[in-house]
Design a protein around this ligand. Structure first.
Ligand SMILES: [Zn+2]
Length: 136
């Protein structure tokens, strides 16, 4: 297993926690720290799974650059990426329905009008709605 893989595996095993490069180095017995730093920067740049920010390290409690696994969206909330039109619109409707109808949430459009419009133009929506849990 190379250093990058070890760092990924470490972070995945500590879900919900965030670590500075030094603490990752220490946990994995990798020296020098810069070696880990190089990998966490690589993850920051090239992986959607991780995020790297200035925050408190879960281990040493110092405020510095830390890396963590991004918080997972609820499964229904990530289903719109490159999805078909009905699924995308169903999720928009789900979001709109969660607002008070008077709230102007997209541009100047009220949430209630979004729900009404989508219900009107998408006769197949009801099946999609149950798919994404909008009927709950
Ligand atoms: Zn630390």
């Amino acid at each position: 297993m190379n250093v990058l893989e070890r760092v990924v595996e470490f972070l995945q095993s500590k879900k919900g926690k965030q670590f500075c490069d030094k603490c990752i180095s220490r946990n994995l017995n990798i020296t020098p720290d810069q070696h880990v730093n190089h990998k966490t920067r690589e993850l920051e740049k090239n992986s959607n799974e991780f995020e790297r920010t200035q925050d408190y390290c879960s281990e040493c409690k110092k405020h510095k650059k830390v890396i963590r696994i991004k918080q997972e969206m609820p499964s229904s909330a990530a289903a719109t990426d490159d999805a078909d039109a009905a699924t995308v619109l169903a999720m928009v409707r789900l979001c709109a329905a969660a607002w008070t109808p008077e709230a102007r949430i997209v541009g100047n459009v009220r949430a209630g009008d979004i729900v009404r419009a989508l219900d009107e133009v998408l006769p197949q929506l009801s099946s999609v709605r149950s798919l994404v849990g909008a009927d709950n």
